[in-house]
Ligand binder design. Structure first.
Ligand code: SF4
Length: 439
């Protein structure tokens, strides 16, 4: 007989699918989407349907392992007691040597976003100040752009896209990466909406578009300025909205006079007629929605590219009404994580950690002193997806202990001494005990 469990996919994904898990004799045998979940309507993506395969993958790490010597690939299974003893002994030895836990560095990113995501912070906040990585290789420039332009990072409800007359998908490929949103895009099209895809890559979403523009990678800001210029030159802007809601638009109009369509063509490698066509579609068919992906802010001037795009919504009054808006990210769920761990634990005595930039980790580890970093706790990220891996390699080699906590090994595991499986909830308590912290 099968038992039914209700779960939520913990991946860092827009859909946050409800999952029905079927368990027979203690073994997960099948997963399906939950028809009662409004947004996803009972469907998962390919990654969701592969959960049974993932849970029982022979590559998934289920026990603590020790690699000796580091980089040899010679991993040996050890007990939790031995793993905790090695980790706690090193932390206590560093505390004795430097009179502080600052030589311990926590380096983590996103990955599994279940409630246990902030368990490492819960552990380390209890110790006092350590060193932590800050920043993000992922979405920071875009977040800053939204804060500068709109004062917040909010977006319309995903379902509201059905009310759009024009949808511009700028650097996103929902046909592959946000499959549930395609349903609402299709609904809008059934009602007569036009879909524009702007992407240097001809994607599965671009195939379905009414209009597709293929700009040079990194030229999104120039393209947005070209569209803005056309809107202003042809008085297609929403004057009432500008007067009541937009600060500095007259100066922006002046700035646009310094830009020529030839310059936009040159930067984007797009014919000016195509740029004008998008401008006309967007400005003349309100409400119109814009959706910006994460990739186009990962360039020099990445934040400014996003700001230029948001400006299009402000120019045309496509903000604050149904069917409009600029979709990017939402920070709302952060409140739940904060409740569970960090703020809950440290609200009375906030812990001030020493910060190092996650995007230049190798250089930061090499130069940081008084005290230097000697131990790394690496979780939910593969360092070798980053830039500047040469400096990273030598910095890692200099560390005295690297603990990696994850579900599967990755390129970073070559540098780890101890590999522990996720999740960590029980083991955090054990580590507290091992280093002698109670209460
Ligand atoms: S779309 Fe896929 S990855 Fe995203 S929440 Fe659903 S099952 Fe998980």
């Amino acid at each position: 007989m099968q038992k039914l469990f209700r779960n939520l996919c913990p991946r860092n994904c827009f859909s946050t699918c409800s999952i029905l898990s079927y368990v027979e004799k203690g073994k997960l045998v099948r997963v399906s989407g939950d028809p009662a979940h409004g947004f996803t309507r009972g469907k998962l993506c390919a990654k969701g349907y592969a959960y049974v395969e993932r849970v029982y993958s022979p590559k998934r790490i289920l026990y603590p392992l020790r690699q000796f010597p580091r980089g040899s690939g010679n991993w040996r299974r050890i007990s939790w007691d031995e793993a905790l003893q090695i980790i706690a002994s090193k932390m206590l030895e560093l505390k004795g040597r430097y009179d502080s836990f600052l030589p311990v560095c926590l380096c983590k990113h996103y990955g599994n976003m279940g409630l246990l995501h902030y368990a490492p912070e819960a552990l380390f906040d209890g110790l006092g100040s350590i060193t932590v990585t800050e920043g993000s290789a992922c979405w920071s420039a875009g977040l800053d752009a939204y804060l500068y332009c709109t004062g917040t990072v909010e977006k319309s409800d995903p379902e509201d896209m059905v009310n759009s007359k024009v949808i511009i998908l700028w650097g996103v490929n929902p046909a592959w990466t946000a499959v549930h949103q395609m349903y609402f895009i299709d609904q809008a099209r059934n009602r007569g909406a036009q879909v524009v895809v702007i992407d240097p890559i001809f994607t599965a979403t671009a195939i379905q578009a009414d209009l597709y523009l293929q700009p040079k990678a990194g030229s999104d800001g120039a393209l947005a300025l070209g569209i803005a210029k056309y809107i202003v030159d042809n008085a297609l802007y929403d004057e009432k909205f500008l007067v009541h809601h937009v600060y500095g638009y007259k100066a922006f109009f002046e700035y646009l006079k310094t830009i020529s369509y030839d310059w936009v063509e040159d930067r984007t490698a797009l014919p000016k007629e195509a740029i004008w066509e998008v401008a006309e579609l967007y400005a003349k068919n309100s409400p119109a929605a814009l959706w910006t992906g994460f990739g186009l802010q990962r360039h020099t001037n990445g934040g400014q590219n996003i700001r230029a795009i948001i400006t299009l919504a402000a120019l045309t009054g496509n903000l604050g009404k149904s069917g409009a808006g600029v979709y990017y990210a939402s920070m709302k769920h952060w409140e739940l994580f904060s409740f569970y761990t960090r703020d809950y634990i440290s609200s009375k005595n906030p812990v001030l950690h020493r910060k190092v930039n996650i995007n230049t980790l190798g250089k930061e580890l090499e130069k940081i002193a008084n005290p230097p970093v000697k131990m790394l706790w690496l979780t939910q990220r593969n360092l070798f997806q980053d830039a500047e891996t040469a400096s990273l390699k030598s910095a890692l080699e200099d560390l005295e202990l690297i603990v990696q906590v994850d579900q599967f090994m990755n390129q970073s595991s070559r540098y780890a001494d101890i590999f522990c499986r996720q999740p960590l909830n029980l083991k955090n308590g054990m580590l507290y005990q091992a280093i002698g912290i109670t209460g």
